[in-house]
Design a protein around this ligand. Structure first.
Ligand SMILES: Cc1cc2nc3c(=O)[nH]c(=O)nc-3n(C[C@H](O)[C@H](O)[C@H](O)COP(=O)(O)OP(=O)(O)OC[C@H]3O[C@@H](n4cnc5c(N)ncnc54)[C@H](O)[C@@H]3O)c2cc1C
Ligand SMILES: NC(=O)c1ccc[n+]([C@@H]2O[C@H](COP(=O)([O-])OP(=O)(O)OC[C@H]3O[C@@H](n4cnc5c(N)ncnc54)[C@H](O)[C@@H]3O)[C@@H](O)[C@H]2O)c1
Length: 444
């Protein structure tokens, strides 16, 4: 029997805890989290703020009680302040100021990520906020009720920024969306597709300011405006959404970290450079199958799988992570986009002789009434022909199609192999000459 200490119990930590408690009850598990809630689904923040769901109640799927019922010791609202990796001891501070110390045989770090704070004036003004925690969602929602807040500047047109800008607009606020890059969602899609999302946002009333650098947030105590290199805009609230950094302050002096992100470097078993310490979720690296190399990709999906992998390995069942493709999706004002692997730009920057094939067609034969156009782009390596990424966009629900590309990247399928893959046809769903086959056949 081992004593396992888990620091952080959100998505990665919950998956790890449940896998240990359900499959290996012979081990002792001690859990710490500094937050007062567990397993908040951040994806629900925009849905709730935009009132696409009425309440945040369904956005949690784990709790202290459930872990305790499975015999774990759970310290919530208790922040781990120090880890003695030599003596294998964790020290934590409770809400009332008292200290707890626990020894471990194996330690799991699941401390997640933190929103990046831009180094500009005004970030501490009232009505500036990030949207990471449930508490942030509650605060943002309360601000939506404030009639003096009429306009909101969202900084960062990545996944969070685009979703929040839509939500604020749905709640009747004037939403401005700023990004240093020339399109929204530039980390996930090529400009050929993001220009459609940009049009969709503008058409629905979100005011885009792309290719603008925010220089300051203005105001005395409360936000009154935002200044960029192109102008000054009068706004009552600012949401910061310019990405996450791994939260590695507890272990970065002892454990090996990776590149600019400084995430804990882990192997395919989620083991760090210290064999008694595992790291999972947003604080750790992933293996990118597209790059065939280590990468940092903060996603709840990666977090959950990494928690499962770590738990089995700690308990003695040796399994390896499959690696990831960073598959992702978004749905804004009814327009759906999904992607996996590398964009053309990311593949080129990574040193591939990257090529792309694209196709656009109706989802179903033209004689079918309910029908929308679908755009697809497939990125592949011009030398090995290996598929490196795929992107799809439509008013149709095209989400399931991207999973096939995720598996194709994982399994190193070539663009030429895809040309003759068996894809079924039924007019209710698709076309005999479907856009996936046609994009593959058109590849140079
Ligand atoms: C608004 C929003 C929408 C999102 N939408 C999606 C989506 O649709 N799909 C998707 O895949 N991903 C989405 N994500 C990303 C996803 O939420 C993260 O990738 C995920 O939360 C990572 O889980 P984690 O458990 O690794 O880390 P975190 O969620 O960051 O959790 C880390 C935990 O560690 C605890 N902790 C940290 N330090 C300490 C300490 N010293 N002592 C004790 N406890 C500590 C924290 O309190 C926290 O509970 C979204 C994120 C946000 C903010
Ligand atoms: N649907 C989903 O799967 C989903 C939804 C929300 C969040 N997430 C994940 O959560 C993490 C955080 O999301 P996020 O939206 O904060 O990050 P992101 O990486 O998706 O987007 C950050 C955006 O901020 C921009 N940016 C960077 N610095 C800037 C600056 N100084 N001024 C203006 N713009 C700047 C970038 O160009 C980028 O467009 C990501 O890993 C994301 O994939 C996923």
């Amino acid at each position: 029997m081992s004593k396992i200490v888990l620091v952080g119990v959100n998505h990665a930590g919950t998956a790890c805890a449940n896998t240990l408690l359900d499959n290996y009850p012979e081990h002792e598990l001690v859990i710490f989290d500094r937050n007062n809630n567990i397993s908040y689904l951040g994806c629900g923040t925009a849905l709730w703020i935009g009132r696409q769901i009425e309440s945040p109640d369904g956005l949690f799927y784990a709790s202290k009680d459930v872990f305790e019922a499975k015999n774990a010791t759970v310290h919530i609202e208790t922040e781990v302040t120090h880890i003695d990796f030599k003596e294998k001891k964790v020290t934590a501070k409770k809400k009332d100021g008292s200290e707890v110390t626990e020894s471990y045989d194996k330690l799991v770090l699941a401390t997640g990520s933190l929103p990046i704070q831009p180094k500009i004036d005004g970030v501490n003004l009232e009505n500036v906020q990030s949207v990471k925690l449930f508490q942030d969602a509650v605060a943002a929602n309360a601000r939506m009720e404030d009639p003096t807040i009429k306009s909101v500047a969202v900084v960062g047109a990545g996944y969070i920024g685009v979703e929040i800008a839509e939500a604020m607009h749905r709640r009747g606020k004037k939403a401005y969306l700023f990004d240093v890059r020339d399109t929204s969602l530039c980390g996930y899609y090529d400009p050929e597709l993001t220009k459609d999302m940009d049009d969709n946002l503008q058409k629905n009333g979100v005011e885009l300011h792309l290719g603008e650098s925010v220089l300051s947030i203005d105001g005395e105590t409360k936000v009154t405006g935002i200044t960029t290199d192109k102008g000054t805009y009068s706004v009552d609230m600012v949401v910061l959404a310019i990405g996450f950094v791994p939260n590695t302050s507890l272990g970065r002096d002892h454990l090996k970290t990776f590149g600019k992100s400084a995430a804990y470097l882990v192997d395919r078993h989620q083991q760090t450079s210290d064999s008694d310490v595992y790291a999972i979720g947003d604080c750790a690296t992933v293996f990118s199958n597209a790059l065939q190399d280590t990468a940092y990709i903060a996603l709840a999906t990666n977090a959950v799988r990494s928690g499962i992998v770590a738990a089995h390995n700690i308990a003695g069942t040796v399994i390896e992570s499959n690696g990831v493709q960073g598959s992702n999706g978004i749905s804004i004002f009814g327009y759906n986009m999904v992607s996996t692997g590398l964009t053309l730009r990311a593949a080129t920057e990574a040193g591939f002789k990257a090529m792309v094939t694209e196709f656009e067609d109706l989802q179903r034969p033209a004689f079918m009434k309910e029908n929308h156009s679908v755009k697809i782009r497939i990125v592949y390596d011009g030398e090995t022909r290996r598929i490196l990424g795929a992107q799809m966009a439509s008013y149709e629900d095209i989400s399931m199609g991207i999973h096939m590309f995720s598996l194709a990247i994982e399994q190193k399928v070539t663009i030429d192999h895809l040309k003759l893959v068996d894809i079924f046809f039924l007019p209710h769903f698709n076309q005999p000459y479907n856009y996936i086959t046609m994009a593959a056949i058109s590849a140079k």
